[in-house]
Design a protein around this ligand. Structure first.
Ligand code: TYM
Length: 332
């Protein structure tokens, strides 16, 4: 009852391998912080992850490990609803309905579809194409005010808003039209090896990305090898993608502004700066890794958390699905 006045938040993450510093700074850090002010619902988007092939036993382990990591980061199942997407059937049900209100042309324009279909040319499946309608269902089911995501998900959020508006224009006020919630710094963490590309766990070069659970020595090595430029001056500048990215990471972790960072490293070389970024990231992630080790060892606790979460989520999700389907004319 006490949460009824709070604004609501929904977000999801795919369990497709190790979560990265990009996931953390772009989205998960906000997920944790938003729990006090908002009524939050968070899901492990396992249905989205099979748009590319997954090895079953590894996939199962990744779903568990993603849940454990979210708990280790500080998602509190007493405050927020945490669940696994495939355990709430309304997601796929509403996704089908919404897909009939989504145009082929608008899905064809999605940059993630273009990127992923180029990368997995041997498996350009219907799910990969329809992905944004499932994501729209994930969101619209819970009527959130805000959706905390990194900048790469903005286009998907816009299509979810368009679908909601289109549906509401036909049937009246069924869905809430949500707002993206994108951090000022850390919204797009770039590869440490090719800073024009987004930091991604699917990068073949392991030095390009930092996993939240990486060991301190690996984190330090990756930052020390980060690609920069020959200017040897720690300050933000146009075209200085490598150094801009490191400043963004350092700023997101320490809360210092870009100007304060430039002043701190005035007259110092890139070596000092990279070490400082590595140390700040190591200290930020250290307690998370320690908590994760405890939680992942307790399978019974994990299962209890997402079973309860799914029950709670299913009630809300079913009620929205029912309302939307009734409006369309289904006998439900
Ligand atoms: P996913 O699983 O790829 O990423 C989870 C979150 O991490 C953010 N992120 C980044 N932020 C900054 N820099 C980066 N390099 C970086 N890499 C990832 C993403 O923006 C995202 O917020 N389609 C979504 C999952 C999803 C979802 C939803 C999100 C499914 N349903 C409903 C919000 C609402 C995805 O693939 O995110």
């Amino acid at each position: 009852m006490e949460n009824t006045q709070k604004k609501t938040v929904l977000s999801c993450i795919q369990p497709s391998g190790a979560l990265t510093l990009g996931n953390y700074l772009g989205a998960l850090k906000n997920w944790v912080q938003m729990q006090d002010e908002f009524d939050c619902t968070y899901a492990v988007a396992d249905l989205h992850a099979i748009t590319v092939r997954q090895e079953p036993s590894k996939f199962r382990a990744q779903i568990n490990s993603t849940c454990a990591l979210l708990l280790a980061l500080g998602i509190d199942p007493e405050k927020s609803t945490l669940f696994v997407q495939s355990q709430v059937p309304s997601h796929t049900q509403l996704a089908w309905v919404l897909s009939c209100y989504t145009q082929f042309g608008e899905l064809s324009r999605m940059t993630q579809f273009k990127d992923k279909s180029a990368k997995h040319a041997d498996n350009v499946n219907l799910g990969l194409f329809a992905y944004p309608t499932l994501m729209a269902a994930d969101i619209l089911l819970y009527k959130p005010d805000f959706v905390p995501v990194g900048a790469d998900q903005k286009q998907h959020l816009e299509i979810a808003r368009d679908i909601a508006i289109r549906f509401n224009n036909i049937y009246g006020d069924v869905f809430k039209v949500p707002e993206p919630y994108i951090p000022k710094v850390g919204a797009r963490v770039m590869s440490l090896q090719d800073p024009q590309k987004k930091m991604s766990k699917s990068d073949e070069n392991a030095n390009a990305w930092v996993a939240i659970l990486d060991k301190p020595e690996d984190i330090m090595r990756k930052f020390r090898r980060a690609v920069t430029d020959s200017e040897a001056k720690v300050c933000v500048g146009e075209g200085r993608d490598g150094i801009n990215n490191l400043i963004g990471i350092y700023s997101a972790v320490t809360g210092k502004s870009a100007d304060a960072i430039a002043a701190e490293f005035e007259g110092k070389g890139y070596g000092d700066f990279k070490t400082a970024v590595g140390e700040a990231v190591i200290e930020e992630l250290r307690p998370i890794r320690e908590r994760y080790e405890q939680i992942i060892a307790d399978k019974a606790y994990l299962e209890e958390v997402y079973k309860k979460g799914a029950e709670r989520a299913a009630r809300v999700a079913f009620s929205t699905t029912r309302k939307a389907m009734k409006k369309v004319g289904f006998v439900i």
